[in-house]
Ligand binder design. Structure first.
Ligand code: FVH
Length: 289
């Protein structure tokens, strides 16, 4: 008998989570604020609860996937959570996750915060992974159950750490997407076909840059800059960056996505890092240091 599980929230992601549990043979109780959402779950064997309280009562393992942190608070507040393990996969900040952990613990339950690194169609597949942090014993007890959703990565007992990892990766994704959107707008300004430009040039370029530049930047941050390693110093990059802005404006493309990076490079050079590598600019972003 597989571990019974409750899923609160049947949006696009909650539905995918419930489907994965059902496919793996877990008795699955579901609840959603708007009744009747994702009717296909009924034929897959889900049990529908009429209220969130009824759903929480149905299983020790409760997976929550709602829109935002506030939604989680209003949904769970006042419910009897005694003895439950609450796994909250709603997008949160580290601060929100820590506050939720305090409230859930005070209500007599164990708390795991999670950050899903997948879109709904990836859930249950090989590329999906999910960060968890918080109650380690609960994670160890339920590792196999949670594995049906995606590879579980426990990142620490501090409940805020999963959200930190999640938000760091989402920041990288949105930065990358912003850059690619700008590149595609530039290509479009000369009617270049997006698919050909992407497959032939954009993807290979990004793949090469990620493969060479990112590991070196990370190593420099951990170990200090490798002597003489910089082949693309910041003074050169800052000097060339103005062309990116000028060309965009001339092509009728809003340079808003590019301007902040140009500012960062300029500040890094002004601060005396002209001979350094991109890792020096990472340090400048840390306003709390
Ligand atoms: N979908 C994705 O690609 C990303 C992948 C990474 C993780 N995110 C996060 O997952 C959370 C849920 O996202 P979602 O895609 O399921 O979102 P929706 O399809 O919009 O469903 C939202 C659910 O939240 C319920 N809900 C909204 N407001 C309330 C409320 N005040 N009280 C109770 N429930 C509420 C909503 O219910 P309903 O509108 O159907 O009644 C849906 O069940 C999210 O944190 C992502 O950032 C997804």
């Amino acid at each position: 008998m597989k571990t019974p599980v409750t899923v609160l929230g049947l949006g696009a992601m909650g539905t995918a989570l419930a489907r994965a549990f059902l496919a793996a043979g877990h008795p699955t109780t579901v609840w959603n604020r708007t009744p009747g959402r994702s009717p296909e779950l009924d034929s897959l064997g889900a049990t529908r609860a009429a209220t969130a309280g009824e759903a929480v009562a149905a299983a020790e393992l409760v997976v929550v996937c709602l829109l935002v942190d506030d939604t989680v608070r209003t949904t769970l507040d006042g419910l009897d959570l005694t003895g439950r393990t609450i796994v909250n996969l709603t997008n949160s900040t580290p601060g929100q996750a820590r506050a939720t952990a305090d409230r859930i613990s005070a209500a007599g339950a164990r708390y795991l915060d999670g950050g899903i690194m997948a879109v709904p169609v990836m859930i249950g597949g090989p590329a999906a992974f999910i960060f968890y942090s918080g109650a380690q014993a609960a994670f160890e007890q339920h590792t196999a159950d949670l594995s049906v959703l995606g590879r579980p990565a426990f990142v620490g007992a501090d409940p805020g750490l999963a959200a930190l990892h999640d938000i760091a990766l989402l920041s990288a994704m949105y930065g990358m997407i912003g850059g690619t959107q700008h590149a595609l707008a530039l290509a479009g300004s000369e009617q270049l076909p997006a698919v050909g430009f992407t497959n032939e040039f954009l993807m290979p370029w990004l793949t090469a840059m990620l493969g060479s530049l990112l590991p070196r930047m990370a190593k420099d941050l951990d170990d200090g800059p490798a002597p003489g390693a910089a082949g693309s110093n910041l003074a050169m990059q800052s000097a060339a960056y103005g062309n990116l802005i000028e060309a965009s404006v001339a092509q009728g493309v809003d340079p808003a996505m590019l301007v902040p990076m140009g500012e960062l490079l300029r500040k890094a050079v002004e601060a005396g890092h002209g001979d350094a590598d991109l890792s020096a600019a990472v340090q400048l972003l840390r306003t709390a240091d």
